[in-house]
Design a protein around this ligand. Sequence first.
Ligand code: FE
Ligand code: ZN
Ligand code: FE
Ligand code: FE
Length: 187
Amino acid sequence: MSLDSLHDLYVDGLKDLYSAETQLLKALPRLAKAATAPELKAAFTDHLAVTRAQVERLESIFAGLGASPKGKKCKAMEGLIEEGKEVIGEDGNPAVIDAALIGAAQKVEHYEMAGYGCVRTFARLLGYDDAADLLQETLDEEGEADKTLTNLAETTINVEAEEADDGDETPTPAPRTRKRKPAARPR
Ligand code: FE
Ligand code: ZN
Ligand code: FE
Ligand code: FE
């Protein structure tokens, strides 16, 4: 597509996001399945429902423009999902895998936030105020998803991942079997 106007760039950005979101519809259930912590599973499942509504918002914006949402593949999302799949395929400690899944998902949310921020601003400039409002709603949801993941990481999952380390820097109660007899005193 040739980019001769801000309108062209707006439509191009919307198509990119439509591709990104539809790729995520397939990826989020896999992330939910790979997660161990129930709260993380729930965060992915919740965001799947949110993502479905985001796709519908994009479809309604395209309907208003009389254009098709199809015709572009978001290569960045393809790559981000590819990185998420690398995590899913890894063996390891469940808490560490969960921490890695959070990191992968936050990269996705930040990519989406950048994309929606751009098209929201273009929509405002072009006078598509209804579309700008819809895009802002989605942008807010991506920010919420990011915050939820940060909270999960900081309050539990990263902490558990750190404790999963076999190293002895974390004070943990000594197991009973390790209890040593006091050294025999000379009489
Ligand atoms: Fe999204
Ligand atoms: Zn994209
Ligand atoms: Fe892209
Ligand atoms: Fe998202």
